[in-house]
Design a protein around this ligand. Structure first.
Ligand code: AMP
Length: 117
């Protein structure tokens, strides 16, 4: 649920109500291609449980948080991203969060600069 009591766009993708390119899925999460990619490879690892953002994760969410990172690792392995990849979580307005449903960005496929802002 979002702050309006409705379901956010990622929840609708998880429930197969709106289309998305789902690249990987298991009982706990999905991996979809970002609709507005910031790199040649840009996917989102999204938990099926709606944790709005990292700042609202609970101690009981430790297993799913770890699972999301290992799913990112698994995706990188399946894509052969031996030259590297970046994972990002945007938390809150200053960080550019636009969907209030926790997700990890995985970006790859080109050299990236640091810091990103
Ligand atoms: P954030 O700004 O960290 O909340 O990231 C939200 C991301 O979701 C952005 O990179 C968007 O391009 C992406 N996005 C929004 N709607 C969709 C959608 N329907 N399918 C795939 N990616 C989406």
């Amino acid at each position: 649920m979002n702050s309006n009591g409705g379901r956010d766009i990622f929840q609708k993708i998880i429930d197969h109500e709106i289309p998305a390119e789902i690249l990987m899925e298991d009982e706990q999460c999905i991996v979809i291609r970002d609709i507005n990619p910031g790199a040649p490879i840009h996917v989102l690892i999204i938990p099926k449980k709606n944790i709005p953002r990292l700042a609202e994760a609970q101690e009981s969410d430790v297993p799913i948080l770890g699972h999301l990172l290992l799913m990112a690792q698994k995706f990188a392995q399946t894509q052969g991203l031996s030259k590297g990849f970046r994972v990002v979580i945007n938390n809150g307005p200053d960080a550019g969060e636009s969907v209030p449903h926790l997700h990890i960005h995985l970006l790859a496929g080109k050299p990236m600069i640091w810091p990103p802002c």
